[in-house]
Write a protein that binds this ligand. Sequence first.
Ligand code: OXD
Ligand code: MN
Length: 599
Amino acid sequence: MKSKTPKTTHRALLKWMGKMVEMCRPEWVHWCDGTQAEADRLFAEMVKRGTAIKLNPKKRPNSYLFRSDPRDVARVEKRTFICSHSKDDAGPTNNWEEPRAMRHKLKELFAGCMKGRTMYVIPFSMGPVGSPLAQIGVQVTDSPYVVVNMRIMARVGNQVLKVLGEHGFFVPCLHSVGRPLPPGEKDVAWPCNPENTYIAHFPEERTIVSFGSGYGGNALLGKKCLALRIASCMARDGGWLAEHMLITGVRNPEGEKTYVAAAFPSACGKTNFAMLIPPKEMKGWKVTTVGDDIAWIKPDAEGRLFAINPENGFFGVAPGTSRQTNRNAMESCRKDTIFTNVALTDDGDVWWEGMTPKPPKHLIDWLGQDWTPDCGRVSSHPNSRFTAPLVNCPCLDSEVDNLAGVPIKAFVFGGRRMHDIPLVYQAFTWSQGVYMGATMGSEQTAAAEGKVGVVRQDPMAMLPFCGYHMADYFRHWLKVGKNLEERPRIFHVNWFRKNEKGEFLWPGYGQNMRVLRWIVERANVRAFAKESAIGWLPRYQDLDWRGLDFSKEQWDELMAMDRERTKTLTLAHEELFIRLFDHLPKEMIFERELLLSRL
Ligand code: OXD
Ligand code: MN
């Protein structure tokens, strides 16, 4: 086994590494330094092996296309486990496995699993290196695809080892695609092991072990595994919040900036909202992006909340992204980007459904087959992705690397709801806001698991990402709020309401700025609202309508609330609450009773 000398004297790290090498039996060990030269070398090797395609540098500089195994295309929630000592700690919304039993199973799978392959060691920081809000992880993986993605999504390399020092805390993250390579055997383009996939979290030990998948959140362990599932447990124990939230800065014409964190379930246009471009008539308003997926939020000594984006890149869904829907995302992936499962154009660029109104005449689709517009198939997988560095984003917020984070003034919860839920409303109190987040839901789209159109309850968009009992998570939110000197205001939005003909009532995208303006002005106690049974509502005249022809009648339809239907919806919240009943904070029951009595 060949290995360069690691740039660390961290005893526990070296000891753990020794154990991993002994178990996985790689051919080589490579400590990643995160440099461009290292990435170039890995890309070149992957191109040579037929795993990656270098895109035309004139069209897409420094960018590559990968096609995964068709059986390995998304996060697999069924194979994701929280292995806490007690099943009760994982709660009824997580898959649980007894930690010793899981370790035993994994040990068997990992024995010799890297034979014939290189073991890469990736020291990474989630959050700006050295920030008191950041956390360090070390991922061991046999996937060079994971290395080049992690290099974009996290801060990687020797500067992380330096901060880690000799005794610093890190989260060990073990990953293998689960396909040893016997001598003389030719490798496949995308090795994986779907029959034996496990994404296992050990919250008490703060460790992650993932086997069998090379895709997205299953394999880039800093993202959903560390920054949400493990971090949610760290946050519970440390009095902070690890959330599935985007962070944006909203600057008003006077130059004052207000930061907002927003939680939406997958497939609700989170990246679009994070990079929103205000209508040009709303002169002087600007939105800047801190993050599009995850927020770590901590109270400071004065009882104000400050947030960082633990990530360093965007892992965005490609289909539907265009210059019209999200110009900033298109700019972000113009160069230095890794594309996965999108189509290849004849001139060596990429294309996906929705990128342009008219598709190219010919493509090679995500399966590597010829594709024409009339072939009856989509060219790109619905969950195809771009991995792009934050620094490429034209509207990146100036404070994204601020070690102290940015102050959060408002939380927004939202979902995809065709009926009943108004465009926007504000909770009366923090505890009502927690109830609002706890009871939010979204209608399923084709990209997600489950039945299309059915509302999936997804508390605070954390259902697949909370590393402990969901009801304890609500309790934690209530507790954090109690200790705050300045509580951010909490809002609910729904961009997706339709009329009886099935047409959207709200234009969405950049027009959401009108709602966002009201939200930040409410958060700064400057805008008017009227009281209603469900919370504070803007009146028609409370929104900025410059440049949009939207009538009072349209507004009334969009904001309408039917008392009887709302009561029925509220009673339907029971379903989740019954599942969580033995841990449910009493505030959740009281809030529901209050809401019902107001209705
Ligand atoms: C994501 C998700 O990929 O939430 O960000 O599923
Ligand atoms: Mn997400």
